[in-house]
Design a protein around this ligand. Structure first.
Ligand SMILES: Nc1ncnc2c1ncn2[C@@H]1O[C@H](COP(=O)(O)OP(=O)(O)OP(=O)(O)O)[C@@H](O)[C@H]1O
Ligand SMILES: [Mg+2]
Length: 462
């Protein structure tokens, strides 16, 4: 329902406010100026009769046409003609009664006019309906003059024959002053809206620009790209959000740095006792016991080293680079082929990607090696759209049970089967792969293929 963008919402708000304000002013105007009652009183009382009587007296006392027209008002217009404009036959009983009053008025002024008659053509229109009618005319493009012509807008006509044989007519029109008001009110309202909308747009842009930058930087950070701190701009609330975001970014960097250093230190400290154990093992007399202990020691050294690699994650030290993801995977598959691993690769074209190539290569390498290790052979293919790229790594093994999938991503987790196979792995491959992919804003999905084997899918935002 509501427009999505902040700018459109603000403009809508301003417009609604303006329309409501104008409607309020409008109704106040209609209530305040509804002078129907006043006009009705004038019409039905002696007001216009008196007016006409004095006009007749002016003319009878030698006044010129100009003196007559000088009596014109907005609603009451005099004219002078050679003929009557309506006949007695067109009058109602009520008109006859009022005509009598009319002649009585004239009589009081000292004249005797047999042909002094009046007729009422229609009742007063409701002023509100009239204003609506005026709006309708405006919309269909009629001018005020058209409006007057098209509508039956004469309420009352009076006519008197002068002694020189000419006729004086007084016509009372049903019209109000509202069109003038509408013009003089709507023009400034339009201008006012225009100015407000311009300011609304400027203010909204002032607000949304830093917000858009914040959203962009948060997205970049989520994809694991290194970002610069954002300059706090815009309104204070948004500046506070930016400052908080910058602080969070700094803390994340500190935590990563701290973790890397701590693990590097631990690995260094463990290597030292391991080395001395290796030296001491030389003194063990029984050769096969000695060999077993030496094997265990080198396994521990391996674990130590792998842990450090995992924790330090070269990915953190590596800088973002633009590279072609498809040729990166292709060259990786070629390398594996050269090591006599059964890996095929299929993808078309190029795919420009921003990320850390060495880390990504390690992650995909781990997944492909797992496929070969636990599923004999691997087919790799890449699908991509403008937004995401999917790298499918499919093997022909027994797949992974749904309940094991999440667990196997944890460091040092392996299935019982693979432990028995003694494949020499330590259970870090998947953990490293997921950590690298997630730091690029992506995810790894594991699906068992219907024809058997695992389909490991790396999904990355482009
Ligand atoms: N393609 C696969 N098919 C079946 N099981 C798999 C597959 N990939 C991984 N697994 C299971 O998940 C476990 C964890 O894999 P992970 O790569 O983390 O460790 P690993 O291969 O045992 O050791 P390494 O750290 O040397 O990679 C494996 O031990 C294996 O049991
Ligand atoms: Mg592995």
């Amino acid at each position: 329902m509501l427009p999505k963008k902040l700018a459109s919402q603000m403009i809508l708000l301003v417009l609604i406010t303006l329309v409501i304000t104008v409607m309020l002013i409008f109704s106040v105007f209609v209530i305040e100026t509804n002078d129907n009652d006043v006009i009705a009183k004038k019409l039905n009382g002696p007001h216009y009769l008196k007016k006409m009587a004095s006009a007749v007296s002016v003319m009878e006392n030698g006044g010129g046409d100009n003196n007559l027209y000088a009596l014109n008002t907005y609603r009451a217009q005099f004219s002078i003609n050679d003929h009557p404009i309506f006949a007695e036959s067109q009058m109602s009983a009520f008109d006859h009664k009022r005509s009598q009053e009319f002649r009585h008025e004239l009589h009081e002024l000292g004249g005797d006019f047999k042909h002094a008659i009046l007729r009422q053509l229609k009742p007063m229109e409701n002023q509100f309906l009239m204003i609506l009618g005026y709006f309708k005319d405006q919309i269909i493009g009629n001018t005020l003059e058209d409006h007057m012509e098209n509508t039956q807008n004469i309420i009352l006509q009076l006519q008197v024959q002068l002694t020189d044989g000419r006729w004086v007519h007084l016509t009372i029109y049903d019209k109000t002053a509202f069109p003038v008001w509408i013009r003089s009110t709507f023009a400034p309202t339009g201008l006012f809206s225009f100015i407000i909308i311009i300011f609304a747009v400027l203010i909204v842009r002032h607000i949304t620009r830093p917000l858009a930058e914040l959203a962009h930087k948060a997205d970049e950070l989520g994809k694991g790209h290194s970002i610069k701190t954002i300059e706090p701009t815009g309104p204070e609330d948004i500046q506070n959000a930016i400052i908080a975001f910058n602080a969070m970014h700094k803390r994340i960097l500190n935590v990563n740095d701290h973790r890397a250093k701590a693990l590097a230190a631990i690995s260094h400290d463990i290597r030292t006792p391991l080395t001395s154990m290796r030296l001491n093992a030389e003194y063990i007399g029984e050769k096969d016991v000695q060999q077993k202990i030496l094997d265990k020691i080198s396994e521990m050294e391996q674990i130590c080293e792998a842990t450090v690699t995992f924790a330090l994650r070269d990915s953190w030290a590596e800088k973002d680079k633009n590279f072609d993801l498809i040729s990166l995977i292709e060259s990786l598959c070629c390398d594996l082929n050269e090591q006599d691993l059964d890996v095929t690769f299929e993808a078309k074209g190029k795919l420009a990607f921003l990320g850390r190539p060495t880390a990504l290569k390690r992650a995909i390498n781990n997944l492909i090696r797992n496929g070969v290790e636990y599923g004999n052979r691997v087919d790799v293919y890449v699908k991509h759209t403008k937004e995401v790229v999917e790298i499918h790594i499919q093997d022909e093994g027994s797949g992974i049970k749904a309940e094991d999938r999440e667990r196997l991503f944890e460091p040092f987790e392996r299935t019982e089967e693979s432990r028995n196979r003694n494949s020499g792995g330590i259970g870090l491959g998947m953990a490293i792969a997921r950590s690298v992919i997630r730091s690029h804003g992506g995810e790894i999905e594991l699906n068992n293929r219907p024809e058997g084997g695992l389909d490991a899918v790396v999904i990355l935002p482009v």
